[in-house]
Design a protein around this ligand. Sequence first.
Ligand SMILES: *Cc1c(COP(=O)(O)O)cnc(C)c1O
Length: 420
Amino acid sequence: MSSAVWHPFTQHATEPAPPTIVRTEGAYIETRDGKRILDAISSWWVITHGHRHPKIVAAIREATETLDQVIFAGLSHEPAEQLASALVEMTPAGLDWVFYSDSGSTSVEVALKMALGFHRNNGFPRSRIIVVEDSYHGDTIGTMSVGARGVFNAAYEPLLFEVDIIPFPAVGREQATLDRFEAVTRDRRAAALIVEPLVLGAGGMLMYPARVLAELKRITERSGTLFIADEVMTGWGRTGTMFACEQAGIAPDILCTSKGLTGGSLPLAATLATDAIFRAHFSTDRTKTFFHSSSYTANPIACAAALANVSIWKDEPVAERVAALSRMQTEKVARFNQDERFENVRTCGTISALDLRVGNAGYLAEVGPRLRAFFLERGLLVRPLGNVIYVLPPYCVTSGELDQVYDAIDEAAELASDSL
Ligand SMILES: *Cc1c(COP(=O)(O)O)cnc(C)c1O
């Protein structure tokens, strides 16, 4: 019964030993003792169609017949080439180059390095990064630097670099965000703005309108600031469109994608960039090379899984599924609109979120783990962010399954108000 595993974001001193999962299928994960758990958070936002989509499983199996990892500097392979073409075709116009890596954090690190390399190689070095309050871009030192500071990274604060923070564009305060952004870009020294388009995920599923995104883009253009869209969570249908940027009608200079790229089956990430950014690194002067690589860059099996995901989007009515799920989410979460136990009931595409009203911050610290245990007992994988409860299911989830989740949320709030 002893385990050598140190789990992520887990306080081993207080949390119970985690159940062992032996099987995944569709919207469900199954424990060793035969309990089926509805994965209402898509296993930390990675699963799109459902666990183990048969076409993705088949593509992985087939890829292993011919390829495993191949060094990607100086060599190439078909799965990576085909996937790059597909990504260029599917993402907003102008993103013509695809740089592979293996996690969302790494794709953001790559984006930041591309931005600094762009300005430096063009002879006007800029290094300041502008970020949105409450953002999350990963857990490495660089990505923590451009993310919200708090209890999660207090110990590492001395290593984090300085950034300019613009306020979150909360309802009614959008103009303050734009004004602040205008002000910090006026000296034309900001290298890039990095944003999570439409939804700030780990920051608490905070949502803002597409027109703010479009305005931010306009300001970057005027000030020569690069626009980095971190679509690691929002990509692949999550917000209702293939990429969230589409809803603002904008094309970023750099786009990061990872979580849904392989349908959630294998780790893979890509950072897409404009030709201008590629050109800034294209030179007979070798010091202008883009100096970045990960050991598992463009893993062929992961690329094959991603290609299968792309063909599922093309061959199956995924857009319709996403639209139907988005409608269901809006209808079902609406039961809490007038409910005094909650506030900020909201949706964006396939994501719904609501804030449980809680007394004090000490209490707040307690409520998360207790809610998690409550849901798990009912066979539901729901993982609130503090007092923010959200539902972010795989696209194969049914209406009846969603009802179970919302019924449990109702019950959980009851419990939270008496005894939790
Ligand atoms: C999850 C996430 C990341 C980090 O991705 P990892 O694969 O966990 O490194 C970065 N940005 C956003 C918006 C994310 O949601």
